[in-house]
Design a protein around this ligand. Structure first.
Ligand code: FMN
Length: 348
């Protein structure tokens, strides 16, 4: 593991060495072993609470992660449905988090406000994920400890506005007043340095991590990710107002055809979007069917390797990026005023 290079509000808040977070991956993809690998490599990961083949599996994953991390902080991803009863269902899972010593949660979907008092009582930090700057204040008002902002590049659910990460993360950091984590399209150390320069305190990655050898996903799928250049990432279900960035496969094409035909009856979409197809694709490596969350950051995933090796590559790249910026900086930039800089240029 690389020594600590950056100390930010997020490394402090979460008690981690590197400002590198691995977002929750469903259904059941970010499991205990994957999250433990991210934690043991100095970052943070989130076990998805939903989408396991068997719901009892969630507790098993918590146990695995606790045992593999030996007391280090680790996280859980909680999806809060916008439909009635969403927060109640999530509340029922919270005692398990306390039992296994979870220290932080990545919440997504509806506002985490109803569950925040319970989480605070358990001393669990809340990182709420939002797809647009306009929701940042909702997260702040709800009492989140940090906000994760995803741009339209993100694999999964980019929201309806489709604004890129470079604008969203910069603006979110300007207005949030709490630490901001940039997400959507990240996968290199150069981008980590850019995100820190933009005022953020960490990056969170999903698509770039799909090649981690610590993930149970079939190697044929990981090889597809390595081969990807990002152009095969498509947003589907826009007509239903449920924008979803996925791999352009047979299921995505079928969904896009229904949208082209202006079909709004969900029953016609159901056979193509069922979670069981997605699970099967990850298990078998046949990625022709299923909604497979997939963002253009796959372009940075050039080899199947461990999470720790991916983190090391990103951190080394960040140091190179900082060196590059320093070599570009003119000595005159140290001068206090524009007049002094102008005088320096005239002299040289
Ligand atoms: C395969 C995959 C599955 C995902 N599943 C979930 C999920 O279940 N819950 C969630 O909050 N985000 C999910 N996401 C989104 C990620 O946590 C993260 O926000 C996103 O991947 C960041 O953008 P990037 O893909 O450009 O790195 C998923 C992303 C991917 C690539």
């Amino acid at each position: 593991m690389r020594p600590q290079i950056f100390q930010t509000s997020i490394t402090e808040l979460l008690g981690i060495r590197h400002p590198l977070l691995c977002g929750g991956l469903g259904p059941g993809v970010s499991d205990g072993r994957y999250v433990a690998a991210a934690v043991n490599a100095g970052g943070m990961g989130f076990i998805v609470a939903t989408g396991h083949d068997d719901p009892a599996q969630f507790e098993e994953e918590l146990k695995i992660c606790r045992d593999l991390t030996g007391g280090k902080p680790f996280g859980v991803n909680l999806y809060i449905s916008r439909f009635a009863g969403g927060a109640d269902r999530v509340s029922k899972q919270l005692p398990l988090l306390e039992k296994y010593g979870v220290t932080c949660v990545e919440t997504a979907g509806a506002s985490p406000e109803p569950i925040i008092p319970m989480l605070k009582d358990m001393n669990i930090k809340v990182l709420h994920k939002v797809p647009a700057v306009r929701y940042v204040q909702t997260a702040v008002r709800a009492g989140a400890d940090a906000v994760i902002i995803v741009g339209s590049e993100c694999g999964g659910h980019p929201g309806i506005y489709q604004i890129g990460s470079i604008v969203q993360a910069t603006r979110a950091a300007e207005i949030a007043g709490i630490p901001v984590i940039a997400a959507g399209g990240f996968g290199t150390g150069r981008q980590l340095v850019a995100a820190l320069s933009m005022g953020c305190d960490a990056i969170l990655m999903g698509s770039r991590m799909m090649v981690s050898s610590d993930l149970w996903v079939h190697d044929d799928y990981k090889r597809r990710v390595v081969a990807g250049d990002g152009t095969e990432s498509k947003i589907v279900k826009q007509l239903l107002g449920d924008h979803h960035r996925v791999l352009d496969n047979d299921s995505a094409k079928a969904v896009l055809a229904l949208e082209d035909a202006k079909v709004t009856d969900f029953e016609q979409y159901r056979p193509h979007v069922s979670g069981s197809l997605t699970r099967e694709a990850y298990h078998t490596g046949d990625f022709s069917k299923g909604m497979l969350d997939y963002g253009p950051a796959v372009v940075f995933a050039d080899e199947i390797k461990s999470t720790e090796a991916i983190f090391d590559e990103i951190l080394d790249d960040a140091v190179t990026a900082l060196d590059r910026v320093n070599t570009l900086r003119l000595p005159a930039a140290n001068a206090a005023t524009a007049a002094e800089r102008h005088a320096w240029r005239l002299r040289n």
